[in-house]
Ligand binder design. Sequence first.
Ligand SMILES: [Zn+2]
Length: 316
Amino acid sequence: MKKWVYACLLTLLVTGCSIEVDKPSTTSLPENELAIEEGDRYLDEITAKKGNFLDIPESFEEEREALEVQIVSYDIDGNDLTSTTVITEDESYVSFAKENHKHKALWKLFSDLIPSNDREMVKEFLIFTDGRDEVLGYVEPLDNSSEWRLAIDFEDTINEKDFYYTLIHEYGHLLTLRDDQVTSTILNDDDEVQEAFIACDYYFAFNGCTKENSYMNSFFQTFWADYYEEWLNNDVEWDEEAQVAFFEEYPDHFSTDYAATHPEEDIAEAWTHFIFSTYPEGSSIADQKTDFFYQFPELVELRKEILARLSSSLKE
Ligand SMILES: [Zn+2]
């Protein structure tokens, strides 16, 4: 069975490429006007300090090439790191593996960004590296969807914009795949995956069947139902040429090329655009995907909260 890791290649995080087209807008008037305005005000502060977080000029590169060295992991208890496990025996990293204060500082970048109630699913914090750039961070479930590992490359925190973009993107996966969203199933082989796929009436996520009213299933039914079969048949998830072809076939559908690689990457990228942009003015499908999140008052609140936290974390 293929191993699923929600890795984010820095090199895949290209500039947004939504194109405005003449389509009727399906956007409804957003609720929570005040939370939106406050969120936008924090976004202005952040932009004044660091520029546009969606403006990450990088080129296409599809494969993760460097080997991941896992250095040290911690259990998470609320805001605190508990019980350390040093993993690496690589001499280049053994001394860093003991510098707990540096690990705490890394964890703090995430724990300061996301309110504690909204990150209760993160039960393990792993510090790794694959050298500069490449993968900045990823999330993956531990035994089931209620417990997740957050992994961060300690060498990739230098470019703050890339780093926070990645944290927000990864949080998009946690938000949309956590256990109140997905009926988690442990699947041991391809046959079990196939059976579970057939038995699932909604979008089938890698960790189980999504619930009917989950963010992921709603997003999928709205935006992916028409071309999911094509995406599956063309093996877009794994075939790089098919990814480019799929992205080009639907030029106004995806906020980044990475979004076209998978429905779950699409929602994570749309979530990241929801956080780091104002209410979309255009009516492209990519804009509608950003707009999607405004129908959920709790996410509008969370956007405001995250942007407030980020604004106070960032230095001028
Ligand atoms: Zn991802």
